[in-house]
Every structure is written in structure tokens, then in C-alpha cells.
Write a protein that binds this ligand. Sequence first.
Ligand SMILES: C[S@@+](CC[C@H](N)C(=O)[O-])C[C@H]1O[C@@H](n2cnc3c(N)ncnc32)[C@H](O)[C@@H]1O
Length: 280
Amino acid sequence: MRQLWGHYPRLQQRGRTVVLGRDGRMGQVLRTAWRLGLRATYPLWLIYLEVDGLLSHRLSIAHMKHDWNDRARRDARLFVALDAGQTDDQYRKSGEQQVADLIESRLDVLLPGIDPQDADVLELGCGTGRMTRPMSGLFRRVTALDISAEMVTRARESLRDHGNVSFVVGSGIDLTGLPDHAFDLVVSFLVFQHIPDKAIVRSYFKESARVLRSQSTFFFQVRMPLEQERHLLRRPKGTWIGALYRPDEVVADLSQAGLDVVESWGHGTSSLFVIARKGK
Ligand SMILES: C[S@@+](CC[C@H](N)C(=O)[O-])C[C@H]1O[C@@H](n2cnc3c(N)ncnc32)[C@H](O)[C@@H]1O
């Protein structure tokens, strides 16, 4: 593979024909395809032609599904909360604490004029259900979505007694299967920071706007580069460190999706928290 790559030094974009190595992306796509065994399904010339198009997203998605299923099988809790050796109790409390700090303390901003017990909430990237559990006590219904079937299996098992929670294994790029105007709040934490392709995050912004009722709220977190990480602003490799954002970029992408920023914080740190509202 390395040899093959070496035979195609930096090509240019010509019409629909693409591009090797503008930012190392071609190499990443080829390596991913190779690793996932997609070379049988997608011949290299096709990957080569479509690298900047749909296939690039499909490969990112296949890559994410593969890696998160693998992480769930190896040690789901470690990869969710990055805390090795936590007891069940500590892990549960970490979810409760985050829901209390991030969500419960801001219910008046997140659900203006709505009784939380009447609210339908979507959690995007639920993992093992660490935050889903306390949210199920706060809201009428929680729909918990994740790209990884292995994560969802663990979450479903752990919350089998919580009748107001339902689970969805998502496509990894959109909210297909969830109806328009169905939720009062969409939340997502520690998820976009792992997504390598900004087009996928932009798609989630648009999809969140689609499934939200008018005047409803999208509350999420993205990763920003620390001063010493400016070089990571290039497209990342892999599915652990995802794309990094500048706050103005987030505002612009949200606005494209029909969402206006109400509040944001974390500027100057590695995590930007954003509360955005859908228009009418
Ligand atoms: C670090 S865990 C956080 C889980 C949960 N939000 C929490 O804080 O407990 C990241 C989760 O995002 C999910 N994820 C990663 N990429 C995703 C994507 N493209 N669409 C939906 N979920 C994704 C992973 O499968 C994983 O369960």
C-alpha cells in the first residue's frame, strides 16, 4: 500500500478527478479502505475518483462505526469517560454529575416555558447510556442515538428498566428515521470532538434543526484547539481526535442550519459549549 501511494505524488484536482495529498486525506482514505477490506467493494480507482465526494464520507462513517464498535467491545467505559478502573457507582455518578452541571442547572435556558416532564429529548451519541440514565429521570422521553451498535447494546441493557428511553443505532451522519419537529431539546457531549469530518458535523447541525420543534434548543460541545495544537486544525487522521473548531466557524455552520447561538462558553479552553435555538 505504501509503495502504491508512493507512485502517486501530489495530483491536482481536474474537473471531477481528484487529488492526492492536499492534506494527507487521500492517503487516509486509501488506508481506511484497505484496513476495512473495502478494496473488494470499491476498487481503488473509484475511491480515487470520489475521494472528495460521498465515498469520502462513507469511508469516514465506516471507519467510525468500526472503531467505536471495537472500543465498546474492548472497554466501553474507558473510551466513554476516559477513566480506567472506575467502580460502577463512580461511573454512574460521573453521568449524574455531568447532567446536573450541564443540563439540570440550565433548564430555564434549555427548555424556556416547557415543563421538563413534558419534554422529548434526543441525545446524539449516547455511548453506554451514562448521561441517558439521569436524563430519563428529568424528561418525559429520551431517545438515545449512537453510531455504534455495540454501545447501544450496552446502553439498552443497562437501562432496560427505564421505560421512557428508546434507542437508535444511527447512520453516523444524519438522523434518518427520526421525524421532523419531534424534539424539544437535542443534546450531544463528547461526540463531535471525535468526528474527523466537519461535513458530518454540519450534517448533524442540519438534522438537529430538522428534528427540533420551532424555538427549541440544541446544546452541544465541540473541541477547540489549544494554542499548542494549531497544527491539528488540518483534517485529522483517525476517529479519536476529531475535527477542531474555531468558534466563528461553529456560529456560521449553525446559522446555515437555521440555528442561532443563544449562549456559548469555554472560549480559550479545549471545549466549546454551545446553546443554539431553532427559529420559528
Ligand atoms: C466519548 S463517547 C461519549 C458518550 C456519551 N455522550 C457520554 O458522555 O457518556 C462518544 C460516543 O459518540 C459516538 N459517536 C462517535 N461518532 C459518532 C457519529 N458519527 N454519530 C453518532 N455517534 C457517534 C461513539 O460511538 C461513542 O458512543
